[in-house]
Ligand binder design. Structure first.
Ligand code: PEP
Ligand code: MG
Length: 552
């Protein structure tokens, strides 16, 4: 079996592989309209089959995304338009492009919404590739570093980490779909390289460090290359040492215990992740069940939670309730198209007028929670009234099916309004988990998938750090402060978060051993002082430099 995980080091050196083969549209020989219709029919059927297969791949983190791609592919508004253009004399290739372009505004909800842009682009490209005989999935003979305009989720899920040493994206944001999937699989990724990777050609040596102060070099000179090699070597040694203690708890040098959980995106990944030593797990349910054509029943969800629990040896799992909307769709709960989906009906908001699916999920957690330690976590909460409403649902369900003895209930803090009233929000909560991906985008008003705003959407921006500190200071003392979100996958950032008052972390699983190792090297008082200095910095870049020099 091929490894599903990469090194998790965030560093890569190797020859560039320019990924997306050009489509040779000019070489396409069109037939008469009847033939072109048949070609398009056959191609759509083939594309649909591919997407179904991709959704069922062992690494199904993106099942929801493939579901959405299938929906776009089969939408009659697009296909009818393509057939109409073919009947008017267009080749299938031109008709398909024109039909997708024509419907792009509603396909993606907003003309320039980047998350959805990937969906429309992916579907358009897949059909054109099949029509022109171009390979649709990426394969390589020699190990190397993949260079892509954006990392399509379809590509991210099929990458073989034994061949793909790292990925460089020219565009796309730092927390887009494909990037999150690659990172969660431990594949080093350098997103939004822009002009830094301009002009790179197949076979050129690329070296990058995508942690701390990120650096990339195309055709590095021997001295520069030696520097990158040294970094990679040192990290590999550190990682091997860290792995030896991965299953031990992480205590700071002055004895504060920090729980290090990990994200799990797919059941099929779980077994391989057990060896990485996470103290518990966070499940994004819209991804775990996102490939399902129908809403998963209470029974199906309960059984999935229990299967995962068996794999994880009964360690606590935090079940995040459906976070549908924004850039995440599921086939079984279509949402209205919105002008600004990230500021729209997303997460908890989806269920205010139709709570049935959420109630089912709470019930599944309560049932499975009798046999294994589970926590319930609500995403995208803005107001006290919203969390009271969600807790009311928990009360109703537990009155009906019973409350597991050690059920913990919490919410995510990913909206500044929630952070700013942490004291009121946490009155009845066992824990809060700060979602740095969204908290950053909502604090900086910089969309998380937008390459042009990549520098602005910085989780180390002191404004974001201040909100995290506020949550730690203001929350009711009995409420545990956790972080999930990509930022804490970097061990130095994880240590800084502990200094800000966070007591539970959730990096991508491949980063767990290194995060634990980093926490053991410092005392809480040192980290608290470091955090104090970070709060006084004037920019994310300054904070990065501060923590880099502290842990060098
Ligand atoms: C976050 O916003 O930081 C988070 C963990 O949730 P997601 O990335 O799924 O929105
Ligand atoms: Mg979020």
């Amino acid at each position: 079996m091929k490894a599903r995980q990469g090194s998790g080091l965030g560093v890569a050196i190797g020859p560039a592989i320019i990924a997306k083969p050009d489509l040779h549209l000019n070489a396409y020989a069109p037939g008469d309209p009847a033939k072109e219709r048949r070609r398009l029919d056959k191609t759509l059927a083939k594309a649909e089959k591919q997407l179904r297969k991709l959704a069922a791949k062992p690494i199904r983190a993106n099942a929801a995304i493939f579901g959405a791609q299938r929906e776009l592919l089969l939408d009659a508004r697009v296909t009818d338009e393509a057939y109409r253009l073919i009947d008017a004399g267009d080749p299938a290739t031109g008709a398909w492009t024109a039909a997708v372009e024509r419907h792009r505004p509603w396909l993606q909800g907003l003309p320039d919404a980047p998350g959805q842009l990937e969906l429309a682009d992916s579907v358009e490209h897949r059909v054109l590739a099949l029509l022109t005989g171009t390979p649709t999935e990426f394969e390589t003979e020699e190990p190397g570093i993949l260079v892509v305009p954006v990392l399509d989720p379809g590509m991210a899920v099929t990458l073989d980490p034994t061949q793909v040493l790292g990925v460089v994206t020219i565009g796309g944001g730092a927390t887009g779909h494909g990037v999150i999937i690659a990172r969660s699989r431990g594949i080093p990724i350098f997103p939004a390289a822009g002009h830094l990777a301009a002009g790179v050609e197949n076979g050129d040596t690329i070296a990058f460090v995508a942690r701390g102060d990120r650096r990339i070099a195309v055709k590095p000179d021997p001295d520069e290359l030696a520097e990158f090699e040294q970094i990679l070597h040192d990290l590999t040694v550190l990682q091997a040492e860290a792995q030896a203690h991965a299953h031990e708890p992480a205590y700071t040098s002055d004895g504060t215990h920090i729980e290090v959980y990990a994200n799990v995106l797919a059941e099929a990944d779980a077994e391989e992740m057990v060896g990485l030593g996470a103290d518990g797990w966070v499940i994004r349910t819209e991804i775990l069940f996102g490939g399902s054509p129908h809403p998963p029943t209470v029974e199906e969800q309960e059984q999935a939670f229990l299967r995962l629990s068996r794999t994880f040896g009964g360690k606590r799992m935090i079940v995040r309730t459906w976070d549908i909307g924004g850039d995440k769709t599921v086939p079984f709960l279509p949402l209205d198209v919105e002008e600004n989906p990230f500021l729209g009906v997303r997460g908890l908001r989806v269920f205010r007028n139709r709570p049935e699916l959420l109630i089912d999920q709470i019930e599944a957690v309560c049932r499975a929670g009798r046999l294994t330690p589970l926590s319930l976590m609500f995403p995208m909460v803005t107001t006290v009234e919203e969390i009271d409403w969600a807790l009311g649902l928990v009360d109703d369900v537990t009155a009906r099916v019973g409350r597991p003895d050690d059920l913990q209930v919490g919410m995510m803090i990913e909206i500044p309004a929630a952070a700013l009233r942490a004291r009121l929000m946490t009155q009845r909560l066992d824990f809060v988990s700060i979602g740095t991906n969204d908290l950053t985008q909502y604090t900086t008003a910089a969309e998380r998938g937008n390459a042009a705003l990549h520098v602005l959407a910085d989780p180390l921006d002191p404004a974001v750090l201040r909100l995290i500190r506020l949550v730690a200071d203001e929350s009711r003392p009995e409420t545990l402060i956790a972080v999930c979100g990509d930022a804490n996958t970097d061990p130095d950032v994880a240590a800084l978060l502990v200094g800000l008052g966070v007591r539970e972390l959730t990096p991508g699983a491949p980063a767990v051993p290194m995060v634990k190792a980093r926490l053991r090297t410092s005392s809480l008082s040192e980290l608290t002082e470091l955090a104090q200095r970070a709060l006084a910095c004037s920019s994310g870049a300054e904070v990065r430099e501060l923590i880099r020099s502290r842990f060098r």
